[in-house]
Ligand binder design. Structure first.
Ligand SMILES: Cc1cc2nc3c(=O)[nH]c(=O)nc-3n(C[C@H](O)[C@H](O)[C@H](O)COP(=O)(O)OP(=O)(O)OC[C@H]3O[C@@H](n4cnc5c(N)ncnc54)[C@H](O)[C@@H]3O)c2cc1C
Length: 304
């Protein structure tokens, strides 16, 4: 068996979620990786990678091209995998469509080469699914697989001859504007500090910043906070946002709606600060503080 992992490269480094996907893929034997655009050298240094397939002229932000390229080399593999990120969730279902196989999204455990565990019903149940497709197309959740290291390997790099012009739509990437942050990546941060509607406005949302700095935390938000314009979209945690499972999740002024819990309830330790003792977040919290966040946050900052 040979698995192919579609990697995502950010600032010249392989994203942690992709390194987790490589770790997951090692369950299937030999692992090749695919890099679209720059970053093949960083990919070649990943331990456990046999071969880097490289298509420098393509970009993973154009899912039509990326999926067509993947389809053109898919027959060489038993499993095609990516992290369950926005890009992975954009590209792999298209690939599954092109191959006419059933995509298996959000895998959190691999039982054997055909059998996978994934959450369903907003994380309220786990389904164990078995696939009889010749090629399995999976996205895997980074938080559930310890990432391989960034260094230590020396895989060969092989350019893919792009003989797929007939199937790749003539879409060209003009530019990519990524929001940049000094903070850790939300989906792989060790600590996440999330704010909700209880923070009342965008200016107050910034009360989280100094505390996140002290904790080395990524900042997350509830959908209500995002929809109210307190925080940008990419900070949303939950069923329709990002899935996180940090060692410490601190929820400030958010109620803990089921759709929010779907994105964070697997965190190792959950701390909730909420003025309402009946708030559902306290049902999943390991530590709860019933208090006014506007009193507590300055005190917390001071104490830290
Ligand atoms: C299909 C669908 C998908 C969804 N996906 C998501 C998702 O991905 N992520 C997500 O988060 N939501 C999602 N939602 C929305 C979700 O149902 C909730 O509406 C949302 O999570 C509520 O956000 P909140 O907790 O910030 O706001 P609220 O529910 O309004 O909670 C605010 C909390 O702040 C507390 N509070 C107020 N003032 C203070 C104070 N001074 N000090 C301390 N605490 C205070 C209140 O007691 C309250 O508990 C989805 C909904 C649907 C229908």
């Amino acid at each position: 068996m040979t698995a192919l992992v579609l990697l995502e490269i950010e600032n010249g480094a392989v994203r942690q979620a992709s390194r987790s996907a490589v770790a997951a893929a090692s369950a299937f034997g030999s692992v090749d990786v695919l890099v679209l655009g720059a970053g093949a050298e960083a990919a070649a240094r990943l331990p456990g990678v046999a071969r880097v397939r490289h298509a420098e002229s393509l970009s993973d932000s154009i899912a039509e091209s990326a999926s067509a390229l993947l389809a053109s080399i898919a027959a060489e593999y038993t499993h095609i995998i990516s992290a369950a990120t926005a890009n992975g969730k954009n590209i792999l279902p298209r690939l599954a469509g092109l191959l006419d196989v059933q995509p298996i999204p959000d895998v959190i455990a691999i039982q054997d080469a055909d059998t996978f565990v994934r959450p369903i019903y907003a994380g309220n149940a786990l389904a164990t699914v078995r696939s009889s497709d010749n090629i399995k197309v999976l996205t895997v959740r980074g938080a559930n697989f310890d990432p391989v290291a960034s260094e230590g390997g020396s895989a060969s790099i092989e350019a893919i001859a792009l003989d797929t012009s007939a199937t790749i739509p003539s879409v060209e990437e003009i530019s990519v504007n990524l929001s940049t942050s000094e903070r850790p990546e939300l989906e792989s941060a060790r600590v996440v500090l999330s704010g909700g509607r209880g923070l009342k406005d965008a200016a107050n949302f910034k009360l989280l910043d100094p505390i996140a700095d002290k904790l080395g935390a990524a900042i997350g938000a509830s959908r209500a906070a995002v929809d109210s314009g307190f925080a940008p979209n990419e900070m949303q945690v939950g069923q329709t946002g990002k899935i996180v499972a940090p060692e410490l999740y601190v929820a400030v002024g958010l109620s803990g709606a089921i759709q929010h819990l779907a994105g964070m309830k697997d965190s190792r330790v959950i701390v909730a600060i909420n003025i309402d003792p009946e708030a559902p977040i306290f049902r999943v919290a390991d530590y709860g503080l019933v208090a006014d966040l506007f009193t507590v946050l300055p005190e917390l900052e001071q104490a830290l």
